[in-house]
Design a protein around this ligand. Structure first.
Ligand code: ADE
Ligand code: ZN
Length: 339
């Protein structure tokens, strides 16, 4: 048995990512490159100037910049390049399985066809599986600041691609847009065979988490930080082992927490919640998977055992088959024992 540093331990352990917006992986360098070839203007003169704008007081300030960035994506190749860059990045970080969101309405509302978006993303995912060995699931997320009719239309557009899409989700501006607004479209999505997940309790109250569970019948909660305000809800989540896909650097950058030292992950673990670590929008929040694990390990003084538990939680919370899960869990246990 070797005794490597916590940094090396985190880098080497095989990981899975369950909460990642593909549009949130758009690095400024690639954004400028794609803008140039599409003759699109960016409101910043350079990569450095753009990066300086990445300072947010809340979710909405981030979303405004995130949607503006996505405006330069036009062709199928652009969506392919975006996804391919992400896969290569996380491959270097020993990420072996990803379950990623895409936001079709961000593009279809600008006149880009649903087919263009999904084909670019999906073909990159397929190539990533073949060439990098990264398995994947795709989650189509509805924008909650838009209305129910727009979500229904998007679901309709997705039906020909049902085989490619595992689940539907709910993201964007949380406050004022409760899960109940989308109950009917989520019911229809389930009838069509999609799994359901939803962002809830990031900025919104614990009540929104209850709604996501009871009305949208979600099998995972994205974020879920605010569950800790409600002990009954904590019990429900812990007893049912409904996973939370928590995003530490996102929480810090969007002021969901003021300091990583106060991040709720240890408390969630103590309460027997199936909590997982994810990067959300890594190009905007200063870190991919390894940086998220590393920053919380440092701030919260997490042990290799705790990191191992978090990594195992993610595989348990994934939609891999039971056999694949077993294989990954034994591999991770062996890694822990050896390091
Ligand atoms: N879209 C992209 N990132 C998001 C987040 N953290 N919360 C809600 N919507 C999002
Ligand atoms: Zn998110």
């Amino acid at each position: 048995m070797s005794n490597i540093s916590i940094e090396k331990f985190i880098e080497g352990i095989p990981k899975t990512e369950l909460h990642l917006h593909i549009e949130g992986t758009f690095e400024p360098e690639l954004m400028f490159e794609i803008a140039k070839r599409n003759n699109k203007k960016i409101s910043y003169n350079s990569v450095e100037e753009l990066k300086k704008a990445y300072s947010f007081n809340n979710l909405q300030e981030f979303l405004d910049i995130y949607y503006a960035g996505a405006n330069v994506l036009i062709e199928e190749q652009d969506f392919y390049d975006l996804t391919w860059a992400y896969l290569n990045k996380v491959h270097e970080q020993n990420v072996v399985h990803v379950e990623i969101f895409f936001d079709p309405q961000t593009h279809t509302d600008r006149g880009i066809s649903f087919d263009t978006v999904i084909k670019g993303i999906y073909h990159a995912l397929e190539d990533g599986k073949e060439q990098l060995g990264i398995s994947f699931k795709l989650i189509m997320s509805f924008l909650r600041h838009l209305d129910e009719a727009s979500a229904f239309k998007t679901l309709e557009q997705a039906l020909p691609y049902k085989k490619w899409i595992s689940a539907v989700g709910l993201d964007s501006s949380e406050l004022g847009n409760p899960p109940s607004k989308f109950e009917r479209v989520f019911t229809k999505a389930q009838e069509e065979g999609f799994i359901t997940v939803a962002h809830a309790g990031e900025e919104g109250p614990a009540e929104y988490i209850w709604e996501a569970l009871d009305l949208l019948k979600v099998t995972r909660i994205d974020h879920g930080n605010r569950c800790l305000d409600d002990e009954k809800l904590v019990q429900r989540i812990a007893n049912s082992q409904i996973p939370l896909t928590v995003c530490p650097l996102s929480n810090l950058e969007l002021k969901v927490v003021t300091d990583l030292k106060d991040h709720p992950i240890p408390k969630m673990m103590e309460k027997n919640i199936l909590v997982t670590v994810n990067s959300d929008d890594p190009a905007y929040f200063g870190g991919y998977m390894n940086e998220n694990y590393l920053e919380i390990a440092r701030a919260l003084d997490l042990s290799k055992q705790q990191i191992t538990t978090l990594v195992k939680n993610s595989f348990k919370a994934s939609w891999l088959s039971d056999d694949e899960k077993e294989k990954r869990l034994s591999e991770i246990e062996a890694y822990f024992q050896n390091n």
